[in-house]
Design a protein around this ligand. Structure first.
Ligand SMILES: [Zn+2]
Length: 254
């Protein structure tokens, strides 16, 4: 079967022999798919753009059993800023999230557009953009916890509660419902709970206008990472890369 002009973003690329590459593509028309690009890494190859990370491209594919074969690829958009190590780590996080939560060959145009918009504006605030995409993916999968009430007694967030606790996958616990369980939950401020709710609900353009103190951002980032790790069953490699980067060099100045 021949598929012409499918638009997609390369989420992952594995080297095979020499210049051959195995790709995971998230496409607008067919969702996530796996494709081989024979000779794709050669400098003059007509498939060269298909081997560049996070490039948005048009692909000409042929079905070969459970894989596709890339016959040709034409670039539509590059995200050059993403080659900085810190942004590359966050772009890798977006890719791992989309790959991890998307079944093979199930089109999801809303998620595709969200991924492309997120890559476009990632450099403006990578932490918020990545957390927002993660929470929206969890909502689409029907497993996002509510951040506006206690997950046990269901009471809405009370301004008098000085401490909240967070534990995946259920979500928030007020201090009356909190008991010491086997795995201790994290403390979470009400501001962090509000931010988590906003990140999951607001459109991306509004997310970019949100302001958060570094301590809040750190709390929400840890909560989202715990949720993602729980549902994927492993810690995304890009998160470990980002943690190493932060430990070795400190967070870069904006
Ligand atoms: Zn409660």
């Amino acid at each position: 079967m021949f598929c012409s002009g499918i638009e997609g973003v390369v989420l992952r690329m594995y080297p095979l022999r020499e210049a051959d590459r195995l790709l995971t593509i998230f496409s607008l028309q067919r969702g996530k798919l796996t494709a081989t690009a024979f000779g794709g890494a050669r400098p003059c190859s007509r498939k060269r753009v298909s081997t560049l990370p996070f490039c948005r491209a048009r692909f000409w594919l042929q079905r070969r059993g459970e894989y596709y074969r890339v016959d040709q690829a034409e670039s539509l958009e590059f995200f050059p800023a993403l080659h900085q190590p810190y942004l590359l780590g966050y772009a890798g996080y977006l890719a791992e999230l989309v790959e991890g939560f998307s079944p093979l060959e199930e089109p999801n145009p809303a998620l595709y557009r969200l991924l492309v918009s997120s890559l476009r504006c990632l450099r403006l605030c990578p932490e918020l953009v990545a957390q927002s995409l993660a929470l929206k993916l969890l909502r689409l999968a029907g497993v996002a916890p509510a951040f506006n009430r206690c997950s046990s007694c269901q009471r809405p967030l009370d301004p008098n509660w000085d401490r909240l606790y967070f534990t995946p996958p259920g979500g928030l616990l007020c201090s009356s419902c909190y008991t010491v369980p086997e795995a201790p939950p994290r403390a979470l401020s009400r501001g962090s709970a509000r931010l988590l709710r906003a990140l999951g609900e607001l459109p991306l353009q509004k997310v970019l206008t949100l302001k958060a103190a570094p301590a809040t951002l750190e709390e929400t980032e840890a909560a989202v990472a715990a949720l993602v790790t729980f549902h994927l069953g492993h810690t995304p490699r890009s998160l470990l890369y980002l943690q190493n980067l932060a430990t070795s060099s400190g967070r870069p100045e904006e």
